[in-house]
Design a binder for this molecule. Sequence first.
Ligand code: TYM
Length: 339
Amino acid sequence: MEDNKKVVFSGIQPSGSPTIGNYIGAIRNYVALQEEYECFYSVVDMHAITVRQNPAELRQATRNLIALLIACGLDPDKSTLYVQSHVPAHAELCWILNCFTYMGELSRMIQFKEKSKGNENSVVVGLLDYPVLQVADILLYQTDLVPIGADQKQHLEITRDVAIRFNNAFSPTFKVPEILIPEVGARIMSINDPTKKMSKSSDDPNSYILILDKPEDIKRKIKRAVTDSDNEIYFDEENKPGVSNLITIYSVMTGKTIDESVKDLSALGGYGAFKENVADAVIAALEPVQKRYNDLISDKGYIDSVMYNNAMKASYVANKTLSKVKRKVGFADLPRPKA
Ligand code: TYM
């Protein structure tokens, strides 16, 4: 690893196929950062099993996500793109950090509260512990910067708290990372309910647009997108969440500012033409990604080699931090037997 470059880490779950929310809130920033930073991007399959998964589907989704991230512009020779479970240091550091994280901190997490509501006695321990694994992910790589969407903010705050707590208990061991949330598109909302976040784990396919959705599906979903009855196109997230969400999507997909986007789109008159233009922008931006993905996914040998080489690179860096941590907490070295 080059010493002078700052480190970026982020993770994405292979639970379902990624949405344009993942793309806008996170993936496009992963790509933008790779020129300037030493980047580690992990497909976090260990996080995914906190919710019951179909094993064959999870295995396939993990490989597909590696291919999709490359198709979105990640260069596996520049960024270390790897699968979390291939680097056992994540689980080991998670255990150690479990002993430095408070129950109160974990039970206050919004995502845990939402997911455990109504089944407090049968919620799996992994769901409560989920943020600690995320803390371990980030701290293993001595990360400076974590690009994420707004929904992950609380998990990053706990990362900073645990890093500081551990450093204070021993001596400086972990970098305390900064959070990078995009100014536009940090929280893309559901297409058919703009009061909710767009999520790949939703049961309703009309609520999200996948990066790999076919053009006709993107058209249909955006045509049916929930807006309001004013028939006026301007940006106001509080009072016009549906319209503002579509303007944000258009803005990111065309590379225009929100103001420029409003100017373009309000000139069109009504919601019909507005939605058509948003759909065309999404389709045009995703077309090259989909084409690259289709080429990559059939190249099994290439994806295998990316997964192997990058897991080795990630392990090397992760194990350096893990060894330091083990010494700090007092684990005995493994003695080498005399020959
Ligand atoms: P995940 O897999 O849910 O989402 C991956 C990234 O996409 C962002 N995102 C969104 N951004 C804007 N609008 C949306 N509707 C939207 N939906 C998702 C997320 O904020 C995230 O950045 N816990 C994490 C995975 C993780 C991780 C990490 C992230 C594990 N370890 C370490 C950062 C650092 C998650 O479930 O992301």
